[in-house]
Design a protein around this ligand. Structure first.
Ligand SMILES: Cc1cc2nc3c(=O)[nH]c(=O)nc-3n(C[C@H](O)[C@H](O)[C@H](O)COP(=O)(O)OP(=O)(O)OC[C@H]3O[C@@H](n4cnc5c(N)ncnc54)[C@H](O)[C@@H]3O)c2cc1C
Ligand SMILES: *[C@@H]1O[C@H](CO)[C@@H](O)[C@H](O)[C@H]1NC(C)=O
Ligand SMILES: *[C@@H]1O[C@H](CO)[C@@H](O)[C@H](O)[C@H]1NC(C)=O
Length: 426
C-alpha cells in the first residue's frame, strides 16, 4: 500500500512539498482554511526578492539551486522577472553585522563558482542614476552599494497558484474552507478540522507558517513577527518611466520593487519597525508567545502612522517624483522567526508520524521550487544530508536575546500590549 500524506497549510513550504510528493506518485491531501493564495500566507503578495547572496554558504547553495529553477523550469519561468537588485549597505555602526552579511554573501557566491563578474560595486548615487534613468533624481550621494543583475523577483501570489495547479494536475486533493481549517492534532495519525471531520493518514506535515504555534507546542522555538508592507499606484506614464528600475534594497531605509507589469503598483517593504503579538501560549499557560493576528478580526492593522515618514523618506531619496503618492493596500504580513534564522523542519517530538515545517524567518519564498524536495525527504526518512538535518532540527535551547536576524536590532511593537495609532488609508 502506498503511504498517504496530509499537508496542513498551503503556503510556500506546504505547496512545494505537495508537488514533490505528487511527483513521486504518493497520495496527498492538502488543507488550508483559504483557497490559494491564502490571505494568511506570508507569500500572498505581489512580489518577493529572489537572491542568492547569503552569509551562510548552505543557504547560498540552496538559493543557487532554486534560482536555476526560477530561470529555467517552465513552471516558474513565467512568474520570475530578472530585474536585478541594488543593495545599499548600511552606514550606521549598529548595522555593521548587516554589512558583514552582505560582504560574506558576495564572497560565498564566488566560492560556489557563481560568475560574479557582472556584479558591480557602486560608490555614488550618480552612478545609479546613469545606469537606471528611473533613478536619475536620486539623492543618495556617497554610498557603499552593489548591483547584481543576475537576480530578480518572483510574482509571489501567482507562483503559489502555479504550484497549486500543477499539484492538482498530478493528483493532490485540496480541501479549503472550514473542512480545511485544522483545529487540533488528535494523535500521531489524525487531525480534526473546524467543520468537525477527522482525517486519518500515514504521515502529517504541519506547514502553517506563522500560525503553526496554534497547532503544535513549539516550545519557544518560534516567534511570529509581523512585517509592514505598503504600495503606491503608478499611472501608465509613471509605469513607463519606472518599469525598468531594479529592486532597491536597504536594511536601514526599507526596500521596494519595480512596478508590477499588470496593475502598475509598486510594493514597498518597511524596516523602521516590526510587530509582535504576545498572547498566551496555547500549550503553556505560564508562557506568553508571539502569534499572528489577522485582518478578518483586526481591520485596522495597516502600519503605525510614523511608518509613513519612513516610506516618504525612502521615496524621496530614490524616486522623489513619487514621494507624495497615497499609500495603499498597507498590511501586516506574518512570518515565523527562529533565533538563528534556520528553518524548523523535523519530526515533532512525541508524535511519531507528525512533522513540522516552519520557521521561515522571512527568507523562505525563494525556495518554492526546491524546498519540497528536502521536506519530503525528511518526512520519508530518506534525506541523507546531515548538515541540512542538523540545521533544521527541533532545538531544545532557544536564546532569544541572541537572535541573529537584523530584525532583532529593530524596534518591535507588541500589538497586544500597545495602543497603536494606525495609518488610515485615504
Ligand atoms: C513582507 C514580507 C516580505 C518577504 N520577502 C521575502 C523575500 O523577498 N524573499 C524570500 O525568500 N522570502 C520572503 N518572505 C518570506 C516568505 O514569504 C516566507 O518565508 C514564506 O511565505 C513561508 O512559507 P510557509 O509555507 O512557511 O508559510 P506561509 O506562506 O505563511 O503559509 C502558511 C499557510 O498555512 C495556512 N494555515 C495557517 N493555519 C492553518 C490552519 N490551522 N489550518 C489550515 N491551514 C492553515 C495559511 O492559510 C497559509 O496558506 C517575505 C515575507 C514577508 C511577510
Ligand atoms: C493580550 O494581553 C493581555 C495581557 O497584557 C492578556 O490578558 C490577553 O489575554 C491578551 N490577548 C489575547 C488575545 O491573548
Ligand atoms: C478600527 O478603527 C475604528 C476607528 O478608530 C474603530 O472604531 C474600530 O473599533 C477599529 N476596529 C478594530 C477591529 O479595532
Amino acid at each position: 500500500m502506498p503511504e498517504t500524506f496530509l499537508i496542513v497549510g498551503c503556503g510556500v513550504f506546504g505547496l512545494s512539498t505537495a508537488l514533490e510528493l505528487a511527483k513521486q506518485g504518493h497520495k496527498v491531501t492538502a488543507l488550508d482554511l483559504y483557497p490559494i493564495p491564502s490571505k494568511w500566507s506570508a507569500a500572498n503578495d505581489l512580489n518577493k526578492i529572489i537572491r542568492t547572496e547569503y552569509s551562510d554558504k548552505f543557504y547560498a547553495q540552496l538559493a543557487v539551486e532554486a534560482l536555476k529553477s526560477w530561470e529555467n523550469d517552465p513552471l516558474y519561468q513565467d512568474v520570475y522577472t530578472k530585474s536585478g537588485r541594488i543593495t545599499l549597505s548600511p552606514s550606521s555602526i549598529e548595522n555593521q553585522h548587516r554589512l558583514r552579511f552582505e560582504d560574506q554573501g558576495f564572497e560565498n557566491l564566488k566560492e560556489l563558482g557563481v560568475d560574479v563578474s557582472d556584479i558591480k560595486h557602486l560608490t555614488t548615487g550618480e552612478e545609479i542614476g546613469l545606469m537606471f534613468p528611473g533613478f536619475k533624481d536620486n539623492e543618495l550621494g556617497s554610498i557603499n552599494a552593489r548591483y547584481n543583475p543576475n537576480t530578480g523577483y518572483g510574482h509571489a501570489s501567482k507562483s503559489l497558484i502555479k504550484v497549486y495547479e500543477e499539484s492538482k494536475r498530478l493528483g493532490v486533493q485540496f480541501i479549503f474552507g472550514s473542512q480545511g481549517h485544522v483545529k487540533e492534532i488528535i494523535n500521531q495519525n489524525s487531525i480534526k478540522v473546524e467543520s468537525g471531520e477527522v482525517y486519518t493518514v500515514d504521515k502529517i506535515l504541519i506547514s502553517a507558517g506563522a500560525s503553526t504555534g496554534f497547532l503544535i507546542n513549539l516550545q519557544n522555538q518560534i516567534k511570529a513577527t509581523g512585517l509592514f508592507v505598503t504600495h503606491i499606484q503608478l499611472t501608465s506614464e509613471e509605469y513607463e518611466k519606472y518599469k525598468s528600475i531594479p529592486i532597491f534594497f536597504s536594511a536601514e531605509l526599507g526596500y521596494f520593487f519595480p512596478p508590477d507589469p499588470i496593475n502598475h503598483q509598486l510594493k514597498i517593504a518597511m524596516t523602521f519597525s516590526d510587530a509582535r503579538n504576545s498572547i498566551q501560549d496555547p500549550f503553556d499557560s505560564s508562557n506568553r508567545q508571539s502569534l499572528p493576528r489577522y485582518r478578518e478580526e483586526y481591520q485596522n492593522d495597516t502600519f503605525p502612522k510614523d511608518g509613513e515618514y519612513h516610506v516618504k523618506l525612502l521615496l524621496k531619496k530614490l524616486l522623489p517624483e513619487l514621494q507624495n503618492h497615497d499609500l495603499i493596500k498597507s498590511k501586516v504580513c506574518w512570518i515565523s522567526d527562529t533565533t538563528d534564522s534556520n528553518f524548523l523542519i523535523d519530526k515533532v517530538p512525541g508524535l511519531e508520524n507528525v512533522f513540522v515545517a516552519c520557521g521561515d524567518s522571512g527568507h523562505g519564498y525563494k525556495f518554492l521550487p526546491n524546498i519540497g524536495k528536502y521536506i519530503s525527504g525528511i518526512i520519508q526518512g530518506t534525506e541523507k544530508d546531515q548538515v541540512l538535518k542538523d540545521k533544521w532540527a527541533w532545538r531544545s535551547t532557544n536564546d532569544w536575546s541572541k537572535q541573529l536576524s537584523s530584525r532583532a536590532k529593530r524596534p518591535q511593537i507588541d500589538l497586544n500590549n500597545s495602543i497603536i495609532d494606525w495609518y488610515i488609508e485615504k
